[in-house]
Design a protein around this ligand. Structure first.
Ligand SMILES: [Zn+2]
Length: 293
């Protein structure tokens, strides 16, 4: 993928098309603001050496957005208030994912070695609706909770560029598997972002740059949630235990390794769907199995 410049907004592609564990970064050279430093370490090192980075912003606390934050340890860090805590401590981060003990053994060394995790206290909080005026452009901070409670999108007013972060319009669909993720807020946030008039849309993963209105892609992205629910309801044609539901691989389609990633993600999302269906009075848990009502 190629680096793209939309006036004062630079799109820095992540390695491997910004697929996890990478993401695409956004850089505003005039203001020295680098958003989500987990794209390409070599490119970010060059930006660092050129002395052009003055502040790091995070769209949210996930590791595939802060992987190379260690290059900028001495610079101010900005994030939303609700997403601050997981960055302050590795246990708090693993708790925010709801990771069980046996999976933590897998993740702790990865956080240290691959993701260069070091506890960080942000030097400033990005407030929803905040307007940041720079020389060359005006940035609007947009609260877009769901994926995480404090997930932010950014609208760059003059070039009419909208950065959607992890509402990434991929065929995988949205992630809402953390303890404090919300499926309904994800849908609301995506619909709200969809209404913002823009000329260019940037996302954190894969395609990354949309220069035509991604009209139907928004719908397809959200339809993934509905499809997951339909598959689960179909599976519950007979009562199923949580383990049987996980074995159906509704999220990832087949069993994949490492379990600490894929089985965790499968369970986390199925739990959210089952909570929703239970609240709606459509599913009940009895004797360790989920039943349709
Ligand atoms: Zn994320």
């Amino acid at each position: 993928m190629k680096e793209r410049h939309f006036g004062p907004v630079w799109f820095i592609p992540g390695e491997n098309r910004g697929k996890y564990p990478y993401c695409h970064s956004v850089f505003i050279p005039d203001a020295g603001i680098l958003i989500d430093p987990a794209s390409d370490r070599g490119r970010l090192e060059r930006l660092r050496e050129e002395n052009t980075v003055r502040e790091i912003w995070l769209s949210h606390w996930h590791e595939d957005h802060f992987m190379h934050l260690d290059l900028f340890d001495d610079l101010p860090l900005a994030i939303s208030a609700p997403d601050t805590q997981p960055l302050s401590d590795l246990d708090a981060l693993l708790d925010a994912y709801g990771l069980d003990e046996d999976f933590r053994e897998y993740w702790v060394p990865l956080y240290k070695d691959l993701f260069h995790f070091r506890p960080r206290i942000p030097s400033r909080i990005l407030e929803p609706g905040e307007i940041v005026a720079c020389d060359s452009l005006t940035i609007q901070v947009i609260s877009a909770p769901g994926h995480t409670p404090g997930h932010l999108a950014f609208y760059f007013q003059e070039p009419e560029v909208l950065f959607l972060g992890d509402y990434d319009l991929t065929s995988f669909g949205p992630w809402y598997g953390d303890v404090h993720s919300s499926m309904s807020s994800t849908i609301e946030s995506v619909r709200r972002l969809q209404k913002i008039p823009a000329k260019v849309w940037l996302t954190s993963h894969e395609t990354g740059v949309f220069e035509n209105d991604p009209d139907q892609i928004w719908d397809k992205y959200l339809q993934v949630i509905q499809l997951r629910e339909e598959k689960l309801l179909h599976l519950l044609g007979e009562p199923r235990s949580m383990e049987e539901i996980i074995d159906a691989c509704i999220i990832y389609r087949k069993k994949r390794e490492p379990r600490a990633f894929f089985e965790f993600g499968e369970r986390a999302h199925m739990r959210k769907h089952l909570e929703k269906l239970t609240q709606e009075g459509r599913v009940v848990l009895e004797k360790g199995k989920y039943h349709l009502l």
